[in-house]
Design a protein around this ligand. Structure first.
Ligand code: TXE
Length: 479
């Protein structure tokens, strides 16, 4: 059994407490590693290392920092197979998904932000007799808190822009999925990153994470995770005037209009609901369907979803692997019980698949579609974050929008129609940070990404990330 370490000042160090947590593979229930249960002392150590490194790192050129990010990208690409295996082992997701989505995105994130920083510019504002120009300055030490659903994908999404803008990083990955973050630390060492520029502290959110966000020397917190945790992070960080970016949960609608490309919409709705076992904040867990095609659409959707294979994450035939943990599956199954008590009918799935050992001990759940629920029911309005989608009929655009916008969340939506005017009209009226038309999860890394309402505060992506991880300073020169 391997024991992981924290990574501070380019050294792998044990936790101050000497205590370790079990890292469980959710597909088999086996303990695959021990990870540090870090506390405030470890966080202090990491933040001090980052603070020490940040002054000289801030004085490096953009080109040097971008070169470092490119070197990291190349090493992630070189270790892609190993990383995909580890990501799958830790999360339960299919290796194929990790190899085609998670790891390539981590490479792309480092490359993209290296390029973005190289090509960015700042503004100048000319006055009569004076010139203003804007400088972008690093913040110092930034905290990156990341979840378990897309571990390396989201850590790289934050680390790359933070570093390229001249900040030193202390990252706290999810305690459920720590392995690829540790490999990333090795990679920073391999490529010769200056000591203390990238630091990693493992452990529980309420201990290591909380100590990190409360630390006086942390200037900004970029957090992706659940909405309730996001509120706690904001509560701790706001009175200390830290910059905050919160990417939280979603209860995203997929709107199917009668004039859609039917087959593409069925495929798109199924993918949006169940990719990564439904554990993506952007997943379309509420499928709203024009009443005139409701029966036909639901029937085709159920056929499509029944064809999805649940099981061994290493098999290329597998569509859905395990959920992230047995405890999370319990939570998701709790919603199935709730759905029945709220009058829902399970059209497919709803149970654990019977799998051969060792997967009989894994946290698997069949992809589930539930009909007959009120659009205001708890099942249809709360984030489940698992392979569960609800279907609802609507009549006309107004009702579709009322249902889509009738939740506390506002992260994303996808709408399926061949009517261009309708697409623009509905996209403009949806209360979300992202709208996809006739597609889902098609990502350009330059675009603003984030949510409205309970789905978060702030935008990341492209120049938005570069701005978040820096402070603009205006210089006014009297000419
Ligand atoms: O995530 P948490 P959990 C949603 C999803 C899920 C629910 C809870 O609905 O069921 O959140 O999941 C760290 N101070 N999403 O509890 O707690 C934690 O260690 C500082 C949506 O597993 O939000 C981890 O590194 N940090 C989501 C990170 O926060 C703290 C992805 C996220 O964990 C902390 C995951 C604290 N007090 C879950 N408490 C998305 N938006 O994609 C925890 N953490």
């Amino acid at each position: 059994m391997t024991s992981k370490a924290n990574f501070i000042s380019n050294a792998f160090v044990p936790p101050a407490s000497g205590v370790y947590l079990d890292d469980i593979a959710p597909a088999t229930g086996e303990c695959i590693a021990k990870i540090p249960r870090s506390n405030a002392a470890d966080v202090d150590h990491a933040v001090a290392a980052a603070r020490k490194a940040s002054a000289s790192w801030a004085r490096t050129t953009v080109a040097e920092r971008a070169d470092l990010c490119d070197a990291v990208a190349s090493r992630i690409a070189a270790r892609a197979d190993e990383l995909a295996q580890l990501e799958s082992l830790d999360t339960g997701k299919p290796v194929k998904l990790a190899a085609t989505l998670d790891i390539p995105r981590a490479v792309a994130n480092f490359r993209f932000f290296a390029g973005a920083a190289r090509h960015t510019s700042t503004a100048a504002h000319e006055m009569d007799g004076a010139l203003n120009y804007t400088l972008r300055r690093p913040l110092g030490v930034v905290a990156l808190i990341t979840p378990w659903n897309l571990p390396l994908y989201l850590l790289s999404w934050k680390a790359a822009p933070a570093l390229v803008m001249g900040n030193a990083v202390v990252a706290k990955p999810s305690e459920l999925t720590p392995l690829t973050a540790s490999v990333l630390a090795e990679i920073f060492k391999e490529v010769g990153a200056p000591a203390g520029v990238f630091n990693l502290v493992h452990g529980f959110g309420a201990e290591a994470g909380q100590a990190l966000i409360e630390h006086r020397d942390v200037a900004a917190v970029s957090f992706t995770g659940g909405t309730a945790t996001g509120a706690r992070v904001a509560h701790a960080a706001a009175p200390l005037f830290k910059k905050l970016s919160l990417e939280l949960g979603g209860k995203n609608a997929t709107l199917i209009f009668a004039d859609c490309d039917f087959d593409a919409a069925v495929e798109g709705a199924a993918r949006a609901a169940f990719l990564n076992q439904g554990q993506i904040c952007l997943c379309g867990s509420r499928i709203l369907i024009d009443r005139s095609i409701y029966d036909r659409f639901v029937e085709a959707l159920v056929v499509r979803v029944r064809a999805m294979r649940v099981g061994d994450p290493r098999s290329p035939e597998t569509t859905l692997g395990a959920l992230v943990s047995a405890a999370h599956r319990d939570k998701v199954e709790g919603y199935l019980t709730l759905a029945k008590s709220e009058g829902g009918t399970i059209l497919c799935g709803g149970k654990r698949p019977s799998l051969a050992p060792p997967f009989d001990r894994g946290a698997f759940l069949e992809p589930t579609i539930i009909a007959g629920l009120s659009t205001k029911s708890r099942t249809a309005t709360q984030e489940i974050f698992g392979p569960v989608a609800t279907v609802h009929p609507f009549e006309g655009e107004t009702e579709a929008l009322e249902i889509a916008n009738g939740v506390r969340y506002g992260l994303s939506a996808s709408l399926w129609t061949r009517d261009l005017s309708r697409a623009h009209r509905v996209a403009a009226a949806l209360e979300t940070g992202t709208v996809w038309v006739n597609t889902w999860l098609l990502r350009d890394l330059r675009v603003p990404f984030g949510g409205v309402k309970d789905s978060g505060v702030g935008r990341e992506g492209g120049v938005h990330s570069l701005e978040f991880f820096s402070e603009s300073k205006n210089v006014c020169v009297k000419v």
